[in-house]
Ligand binder design. Structure first.
Ligand code: NAD
Ligand code: MG
Length: 401
């Protein structure tokens, strides 16, 4: 048996998945890839299998798994190929596995991530949607199964690093105020449309919306950054990760993305975590925690930072942010609903079916139509998610008319 940490990467072919594999490749004496999973991109998965030689590779569908088998025929790769959510969940819970990187995009990440949690693994959480949609259930499972939950989202990873160690290890059990924390300051760049004439937002193109000024990311989160729904989802994520209320969290616009978030203490101290905007920093932090390893990230050069600025978010420009904060205050039914509606609305925008500003209309109208659902168990969560998707699809048809 090897003493290296055995890893599963859920969403290996994505932006976070590839960054994770880069950090692992730099630290091969400590980490080994046990399994990789992905949606449809069999060609890229084949390359990853040849390079990283995982024991297992899981694709979302049997078609994609068959493609992968063909790509790997005649190579030196002995990876066992499987397909489907159940196989992904099996990987997450496999007894030989130490840590699971949860980096599938959207609600599809929920089941395999919860499987890692239920198996008491070290869970590196990039897939914020799974926590937003299942909140209390997710955190209860973490506690019950003594899983270790480490945030990969750069803001939450920054907050985690700025918290006192007693809170870092508390897995959401301790109250932040009892450890001298007065506020969590969640920073966001404001995305590509921070200064754009607000009247032109209805006509922005997909290419403009996904062109984030500081971060290179998958398409969905890039659109979420442009609407600032991403910050809204992160607001809800922070509430669960750090066991605080909406009143404890403040969003601060910091266009340079050098500070990745901050923690304010009762004595007036503010601790910030800084670095170049590169997801390999939070990934390396969580992989090695509490140690530090090389992430391949360029060191910050303060002489090259011309501006370092902070403003309040403008909710007229970013109505999705206000909507998500309101949902956070309303409770689980609202957050599950807004997460599902947004996933459908963003897909419709990326597909050219609705305008950029319609994303908010679809989200708001879906939330209005479906708030009073009872959402506690996994079945209730999945039913609420499904209902919101149907409602959102209806709203999209109305908007298109
Ligand atoms: P991405 O689109 O680049 O990659 C998504 C991955 O999920 C791919 O491997 C894809 O094959 C897989 N996938 C998609 N649909 C699937 C399905 N139905 N079943 C199984 N696998 C599926 O996305 P990303 O930018 O890497 O983001 C991944 C997650 O990390 C998201 O939840 C995002 O919010 C979060 N996150 C990303 C960043 C970033 O910098 N990219 C930062 C913070 C948080
Ligand atoms: Mg983030």
């Amino acid at each position: 048996m090897s003493c290296k940490q055995q890893l599963v990467i859920l969403g290996a072919t994505g932006s976070i998945g590839i960054s994770t594999l880069d950090v692992i490749a730099r630290n091969q004496s400590q980490f080994e890839v046990f399994a990789l999973t992905a949606g449809a991109n069999a060609k890229l998965m084949a390359q990853l299998c040849v390079t990283h030689q995982p024991k297992f590779a899981v694709m979302a569908t049997t078609e994609a798994a068959e493609q992968l088998t063909q790509y790997l025929a005649g190579t030196n790769c002995n990876t066992i190929i499987r397909s489907g959510t159940e196989a992904m969940s099996e990987m997450s819970a496999h007894p030989d596995v130490d840590a699971v990187m949860s980096a599938i995009v959207g609600a599809a990440g929920l089941i395999p991530t919860l499987s890692a949690v239920a198996a008491g693994k070290k869970v590196l959480l990039a897939n914020k949607e799974s926590l937003v949609m299942s909140g209390q259930l997710f955190i209860d499972q973490v506690k019950q199964h003594k899983a270790t939950l480490l945030p990969i989202d750069s803001e939450h990873n920054a907050i985690f690093q700025c918290l006192p160690s007693a809170l870092q290890g508390s897995q959401g059990n301790a109250k932040i105020a009892q450890h001298g924390v007065s506020k969590i300051l969640l920073t966001g760049s404001g995305g590509p449309f921070l200064t754009r004439d607000i009247n032109t937002l209805p006509v922005v193109t997909v290419a403009e919306a996904v062109a984030h000024p500081n971060w290179s990311m998958g398409q969905k989160i890039s659109v979420d950054s442009a609407t600032m729904m991403n910050k809204g989802l992160e607001f809800i994520e922070a509430k669960w990760l750090f066991n605080c209320s909406a009143q404890d969290i403040e969003v601060v616009i910091h266009p340079q993305s050098i500070i990745h978030s901050m923690v304010q203490y009762q004595d007036g101290s503010v601790l910030a975590q800084m670095g170049n905007p590169d997801m390999r920093t939070p990934i390396a932090h969580a992989l090695a925690y509490p140690q530090r390893i090389d992430a391949g990230v360029k060191p910050l050069d303060f002489s090259q930072i011309a501006d370092f600025t902070f403003t309040k978010p403008d909710f007229t420009r970013y109505p999705n942010l206000a909507l998500a904060i309101a949902a956070c205050e309303a409770g689980q039914g609202a957050t599950t609903t807004v997460n599902a509606a947004n996933e459908i609305a963003v897909a419709a925008f990326l597909n050219g079916d609705i305008a950029f500003t319609d994303i908010y209309r679809v989200n708001a109208q879906t939330l209005e139509a479906t708030t009073d659902v009872n959402v506690h168990t996994l079945d209730e969560i999945l039913a609420c998610d499904q209902l919101a998707r149907e409602q959102a699809a209806q709203q999209i048809r109305k908007v298109q008319r």
